[in-house]
Design a protein around this ligand. Structure first.
Ligand code: MN
Length: 275
């Protein structure tokens, strides 16, 4: 199994090193990650300048750094390394729960894999104070990969580890009721007004959601889909507010000679083709 490992924290993050080391137990692993931190880059791609990659020293896993976004890294990595089976993204220093996944570069890397017809798995852990103890987390990462790599074929999965040693693993759905992004005003040293787009911790959580599971000390594993269509609302809107019906494309030729031939043919008269 060929496993491409990406992230949004950058190629030198301890999270990607830990993930790649555990991934290497399951197959051939290779790191392709941004050369600088790209957290909250979402699913942006670099279309205005060329991308390049450089070999990066890493004792245990072959690694490359890219002057691009997490999604760029996956697209480039997959194009330059044949037959990648699965893309792992993370382990992100910071949770990717609830509505936060819209901003996440970690999840975008996994999503890029899914867009390219591969499997993508994003993995994240909260960072309340110090850096997480990745050595201690490795058995939990191993347990997750054992299930997801061997038994599951779903194309897009979001995994979040809890703060402490996990109690177990649970399937979850996305917590969408509350949003944790907030604009906080402040003053710079010159007394000028500025604003921080920051994250406020959510306290209220609904049972069965990713946030709920992680708060209770479980690893949250959530299957996601690429199709964002609101199916129920689509049917509702088609009834409530009917719009136009798309007509079948006309097969009548714009070429007058050909059209005359078609008309004759439609009338049951076989036209004599000069061609
Ligand atoms: Mn990050």
């Amino acid at each position: 199994m060929r496993i491409l490992v990406a992230n949004d924290d950058g190629v030198y993050s301890p999270g990607i090193a830990a993930l790649a080391e555990v991934a290497a137990e399951f197959g051939e692993a290779r790191i392709v990650a941004p050369d600088v931190e790209m957290s909250s880059a979402g699913h942006s791609i670099t279309a205005s300048r060329p991308l390049s990659y450089k070999r990066t020293p890493n004792k245990k896993v072959e690694a490359y750094r890219v002057n691009g976004t997490p999604a760029d890294c996956v697209a480039l990595g997959v194009s330059q390394w044949e037959k990648v089976d699965v893309v792992l993204s993370g382990i992100n220093l910071g949770s990717n729960l609830g509505n936060a996944i819209w901003h996440s570069g970690t999840l975008a890397a996994a999503k890029q894999a899914a867009l390219m017809g591969l499997r993508g798995i994003a993995l994240s852990i909260p960072v309340p104070k110090d850096e997480p103890d990745f050595e201690k987390l490795k058995p939990a990462v191993r347990a997750v990969l054992k299930v997801l790599l061997a038994e599951i074929s779903h194309p897009l999965i979001n995994v979040n580890f809890p703060n402490e040693s996990p109690q177990g693993m649970v399937w979850t759905r996305q917590a969408v009721k509350f949003y944790d992004g907030k604009i906080v005003p402040g003053k710079d040293p010159m007394g000028r007004q500025h604003y921080w787009f920051t994250v406020v911790p959510l306290t209220e959580t609904e049972e069965g959601t990713d946030l709920w599971a992680v708060e209770r000390g479980y690893v949250s594993i959530m299957p996601l889909r690429l199709d964002l269509t609101d199916e129920r609302e689509l049917i509702n809107l088609q009834k409530k507010c009917p719009l136009d019906t798309v007509r079948k494309p006309s097969r009548i030729s714009r070429d007058p000679a050909r059209r005359a031939e078609q008309e004759l043919s439609a009338a049951g008269i076989k036209g004599s083709s000069s061609r």
